[in-house]
Structures are given as structure tokens and as C-alpha cells.
Ligand binder design. Structure first.
Ligand code: NAP
Length: 239
């Protein structure tokens, strides 16, 4: 059975991804950072899920997580870089610490996990890496410059790495979700959600399952010829 590592699997989109793979019989490592109780609750529901606490910005913790995964389930077949954080405000108002925190989690976390997992994929000449970007990494969002820039960096990383390791049999793709109902968008008011819904051709705010389904497809053998692509489940909001 294949082994998948999902970063930020304790809540929101990551939780839906973890559950999708677990229901389909994969061995799943659910990475969390702060949400221990939420992670334990998911682990208790499935025999094939193990949880591991690691801050993706901390290389030692990421290395420990990869070592733990290898000791429990063997080599990692699929890496899903989902952990992410937001930052809203005018560019002139955000602090240097806020800027660095967003890049540390959203981009450096992807780099840390990918670079540490990569040798085992290169050795067996196969593997799938899926990074969670955002529509804002594609088109930019006002008052989310740091977030948009970090998610655009993830897109550049995805495309460049796909070219670099395609010859080694490894695919690298990104999902760029539109607006998805999770804690990350809890700052929006009902009126703001209604306004956004009216701008979306399919007329719905996205659900975490919509993203889990797209990730699951990219991780499957049916997507073997797809690499370096940015798939954007967004209800037609950004085309
Ligand atoms: P969320 O509900 O806020 O969950 C964020 C997840 O990331 C949590 O599981 C959290 O773990 C984890 N995380 C944060 N910092 C971490 C760190 N330093 N180390 C390890 N894990 C960390 O967010 P979400 O909406 O599900 O977002 C998931 C991904 O989708 C993010 O990359 C986000 O940018 C992207 N995205 C979301 C939307 C949207 O509308 N929701 C749209 C486009 C893209 P703990 O709670 O355990 O700390």
C-alpha cells in the first residue's frame, strides 16, 4: 500500500485530503503543528493514519517526521505540501515578522519537506509531489500581498522542480484553490461571502472535498503524464 504524507492535515483542506486517502486505503501520515486534539480525533477514526507533530519551518522537526514515517510505513510515495498561513492588511502596515512568517510557512515549509523527502523518491525513480498554492498566487489579491507572493513562489517552485526531476520519474504539480470554507477564511462576514458567491460562475463557495478530490486525482496513476501543472478548482472565479 502506498504511503502519503500530508502537511497541515489537522484542519480544513488538509483534513479532507487525509480522510480521502485514508478512506481509499493509503497509509497516511497526518502532520500537525498546534492542533493536537483535532489530529488525534482524526487518527482515532482510521487504523491507517498516524499523526506527527512538526513545524514545517523547522528542518530538524521535518527530518524527524520523515524518519518516523519511514520507520512506520516505509518510503514516502506521495508528498502533499498543504500547510499554510494567511496574512491580511495593507503592505505598508504589515510587519517584517508577519512577512517572514508567511514566507517561512508557505514557501520555506514546502522547500524543507520536499528537499528532505526527495532522496527516497529519486532512489526508487518514482513519486508524486503536490503543492497547495492559491488563486491569489496566480492573479494576486489586494491586502494579501505577502500571501499572494508566497503562493506565486510555490507555483514557480512547482514548475521548475517538475522540469528538474521529471527525468527521474517524479511528477510535481500544484493545486490553486479558489475560496474554500475553512478557518482560514473565517474573517469574512456573511455579506462578504454572499458578494464573493455572486462573482463565482458555479455559484458556490468551494468545499474542502473539492480540493481533496483534485489532489487525489493528481496523486493517482491516472495523472501519470501530468507534471508542472497548476490545477485551479475555483468554480470559474478565475479563468
Ligand atoms: P486552515 O484551516 O487554517 O488550516 C491550516 C493548516 O496548516 C492547519 O492544519 C495547521 O496545523 C497547518 N499549519 C499552519 N502552520 C503550520 C506549520 N508551521 N507547520 C505545520 N503545519 C502548519 O487552512 P486551509 O484553508 O485548510 O488551508 C490549507 C492550504 O490551502 C493552505 O496552504 C492555504 O494557503 C491553501 N488555500 C486555502 C484557501 C481557502 O480558501 N481556504 C484557498 C486557497 C489556498 P495546526 O492547526 O496543527 O497548527
Amino acid at each position: 500500500m502506498k504511503t502519503v504524507l500530508v502537511t497541515g492535515g489537522s484542519r480544513g483542506i488538509g483534513k479532507a485530503i487525509v480522510e480521502k486517502f485514508a478512506k481509499n486505503g493509503y497509509n497516511v501520515i497526518l502532520n500537525y503543528n498546534k492542533s493536537l486534539e483535532a489530529a488525534q480525533k482524526i487518527e482515532n477514526e482510521f487504523k491507517n493514519i498516524k499523526i506527527f507533530k512538526a513545524d514545517v519551518t523547522n528542518r530538524k522537526e521535518v527530518q524527524a517526521m520523515i524518519d518516523y514515517t519511514n520507520s512506520i510505513f516505509g518510503e514516502i510515495d506521495i508528498l502533499i505540501n498543504n500547510a499554510g498561513t494567511g496574512c491580511t492588511g495593507l503592505l505598508q502596515d504589515i510587519t517584517v515578522e508577519e512577512w517572514q512568517d508567511v514566507f517561512n510557512v508557505n514557501m520555506n515549509g514546502v522547500f524543507n519537506c520536499t528537499q528532505i523527502v526527495l532522496p527516497q523518491m529519486l532512489k526508487k525513480h518514482c513519486g508524486k509531489i503536490i503543492n497547495i498554492s492559491s488563486i491569489w498566487g496566480m492573479v494576486g489579491a489586494s491586502c494579501e500581498v505577502a500571501y499572494s507572493a508566497s503562493k506565486a513562489a510555490v507555483i514557480g517552485f512547482t514548475k521548475a522542480l517538475a522540469k528538474e526531476i521529471g527525468p527521474s520519474g517524479i511528477t510535481v504539480n500544484a493545486i490553486a484553490p479558489g475560496i474554500i470554507m475553512t478557518d482560514m477564511v473565517s474573517q469574512y462576514t456573511l455579506e462578504e461571502f454572499e458578494d464573493i458567491r455572486n462573482q463565482i460562475p458555479l455559484g458556490e463557495i468551494g468545499s474542502t472535498i473539492d480540493i481533496a478530490n483534485a489532489v487525489f486525482f493528481l496523486a493517482s496513476e491516472e495523472a501519470n503524464y501530468i507534471t508542472g501543472q497548476i490545477i485551479s478548482p475555483n468554480g470559474g472565479w478565475v479563468i
